[in-house]
Ligand binder design. Structure first.
Ligand SMILES: *[C@@H]1O[C@H](CO)[C@@H](O)[C@H](O)[C@H]1NC(C)=O
Ligand SMILES: *[C@@H]1O[C@H](CO)[C@@H](O)[C@H](O)[C@H]1NC(C)=O
Ligand SMILES: *[C@@H]1O[C@H](CO)[C@@H](O)[C@H](O)[C@H]1NC(C)=O
Ligand SMILES: *[C@@H]1O[C@H](CO)[C@@H](O)[C@H](O)[C@H]1NC(C)=O
Ligand SMILES: *[C@@H]1O[C@H](CO)[C@@H](O)[C@H](O)[C@H]1NC(C)=O
Ligand SMILES: *[C@@H]1O[C@H](CO)[C@@H](O)[C@H](O)[C@H]1NC(C)=O
Ligand SMILES: *[C@@H]1O[C@H](CO)[C@@H](O)[C@H](O)[C@H]1NC(C)=O
Length: 459
């Protein structure tokens, strides 16, 4: 009898275990997982590149590699020669990473004001320095050297207590100069010492400790996913981790995986294909055209204008993507006012035009057939046409993709006034803006036509 009860209990446990282990550690199984809805709805995220590279804050976050990697660049080599003693090492920058003005609640208030719905912080870039007190990064983490703080934990907590943004983490699989990695590489990645002792334990550590809902992997490309044990890790993430129901991962999990597998594709930096893709994707894009990390010699002309940011946002969302806009904080833990201004402008635009962005879907057409400054989204029965250039002189906007009906109504988001329009000779619509007092328009930089009761041109 006891044996019978014990046996049924065992079977019960095994069945339940099997049910929890829905996904196998291979791509054909992992690729069947439905995308968690929150991610597609969110559309806008903020990327944050922060680390020891924020101390020299010169050229880019690749500073160490550009100084001492395989092909040093002369600007970085000269910068070191001219400004530091000959025996100065990269690790000597770390004590200068003090983050003394880092105020997580102030960051959160700005991140929320940008209108973004999620944040992705570099927990560890290719330099290997961790922004959390990792058990696997002795004396090369933000608690032992530099700020003496758990930067990941402090930001995660502030985001969760003072906003409804989702928190995500970037994590570089490889480390340029890690001896264990270099030794595996030397043996054509037939050994996995670095993966077993460093990369995987770090990944499990950040997920268990900080429960990121985005795991944004990078630094994968020199080795195959089998070296990184990527599919085993992602299967654990989907089946058993504390974020198994809500987490999303990108596509940087080994050479050949990019643009092929993962919850969303990043394909390449600044990825913006200009056409609808059948798989969810993300455009990661720095506000500083030349660097993801902060640069002290940054110029205003290096920074995308708010018009450029909104254009990328409209193109991306129309084509089914999310946009991940990057800022690089300083070594002091401040966010430069120029980045702050862009994020606040973005938030201002989204506070008026957000119904065309959040939770929207790609429409029948992505860009207009007649007007290259118009990008479409849809939500329920409504269609939105985002106009990137206001026709100052003609005061007419022709939409070639739209077909009007008897019940069609058009207004600009932020202004309720119904607009005049006529059917164009080819069957589209010409919206007449003569009746609009341009100074009364609430939206700046780009304008969204809300189109009610329309159909589309069949081609
Ligand atoms: C953060 O949230 C707490 C409680 O949720 C609130 O008391 C506090 O005022 C908030 N702080 C800021 C800076 O918003
Ligand atoms: C976040 O921003 C939204 C809209 O931009 C605002 O309504 C909300 O009050 C903000 N939340 C916090 C906690 O600051
Ligand atoms: C790589 O291998 C060569 C010989 O096979 C050895 O001399 C060298 O020290 C190794 N380098 C590393 C980083 O393990
Ligand atoms: C990594 O994968 C190999 C086989 O691909 C497996 O033998 C090993 O146990 C895995 N290691 C970890 C730490 O997941
Ligand atoms: C950013 O770089 C791209 C490509 O190099 C260029 O087309 C664009 O004009 C630049 N924008 C700014 C603001 O520097
Ligand atoms: C926009 O639409 C036209 C077709 O109307 C197409 O030829 C063009 O490549 C599209 N994409 C962009 C980025 O303009
Ligand atoms: C027009 O669109 C609105 C909002 O989508 C909808 O409620 C209404 O039924 C539509 N009217 C007609 C005549 O189709």
């Amino acid at each position: 009898m006891i044996e019978k009860i014990f046996l049924s209990l065992l079977i019960f446990i095994l069945i339940n275990k099997a049910e929890n282990l829905k996904y196998n550690p291979d791509w054909s199984s992992l690729d069947t997982r439905p995308l968690p809805k929150w991610y597609d709805d969110a559309k806008v995220g903020i990327f944050i590149h922060w680390g020891v590279f924020s101390v020299p804050s010169f050229r880019s976050e690749w500073f160490w590699w550009d100084w001492q990697g395989d092909k040093p660049t002369s600007d970085v080599v000269d910068f070191m020669k001219n400004n530091y003693p000959p025996n100065f090492e990269y690790a000597d920058f770390a004590p200068e990473f003090k983050a003394e003005f880092f105020d997580p609640l102030q960051w959160v208030s700005l991140l929320n004001a940008s209108g973004a719905k999620y944040v992705v912080l570099t927990s560890k870039h290719h330099e290997g320095y961790t922004l959390w007190p990792s058990a696997y990064s002795w004396n090369w983490n933000s608690n032992d050297v530099g700020p003496h703080k758990d930067l990941v934990g402090d930001l995660a907590q502030a985001i969760r207590t003072n906003s409804s943004l989702r928190f995500g983490l970037y994590h570089s699989l490889f480390e340029w100069f890690n001896p264990l990695y270099l030794s595996d590489k030397n043996q054509s990645f037939k050994t996995q010492t670095y993966v077993k002792e460093k990369a995987l334990p770090s990944l499990y550590e950040i997920v268990n400790k900080y429960e990121p809902e985005v795991v944004w992997s990078d630094g994968d490309w020199e080795a195959q996913d089998s070296y990184w044990n990527s599919t085993a890790f992602i299967a654990w993430l989907y089946n058993e981790s504390p974020v198994k129901d809500s987490v999303v991962v990108n596509d940087r999990w080994g050479s050949g995986v990019l643009c092929q597998h993962g919850d969303f594709y990043t394909c390449q930096d600044n990825f913006n294909p200009g056409k609808l893709l059948s798989h969810k994707w993300e455009n990661c894009m720095p506000l500083d055209n030349n660097s993801w990390g902060y640069r002290r010699n940054l110029k205003l002309s290096d920074i995308l204008t708010i018009e450029e940011v909104i254009k990328s946002l409209a193109e991306t969302v129309s084509c089914g993507g999310n946009i991940l806009i990057n800022i690089g904080p300083t070594k002091e833990g401040t966010i430069a006012p120029i980045f702050e201004e862009r994020l606040r402008q973005l938030g201002e635009w989204l506070s008026i035009n957000g119904e065309a962005i959040y939770e929207s879907k790609p429409w029948k057409y992505q860009n207009d057939t007649k007007n290259s400054d118009v990008w479409y989204t849809t939500n329920g029965d409504l269609v939105y046409a985002i106009l990137l250039k206001y026709p100052q002189s003609s005061l007419k906007v022709e939409l070639g993709s739209v077909q009007i009906t008897e019940a069609t109504q058009i207004n600009i988001l932020g202004n309720d006034e119904k607009l005049q329009w006529v059917e164009s000779p080819e069957g589209g619509v010409v919206i007449d803006l003569h009746s609009v007092d341009a100074s009364s328009l609430i939206s700046k930089w780009a304008w969204t036509f809300k189109l009610e009761n329309i159909s589309y041109q069949k081609c």
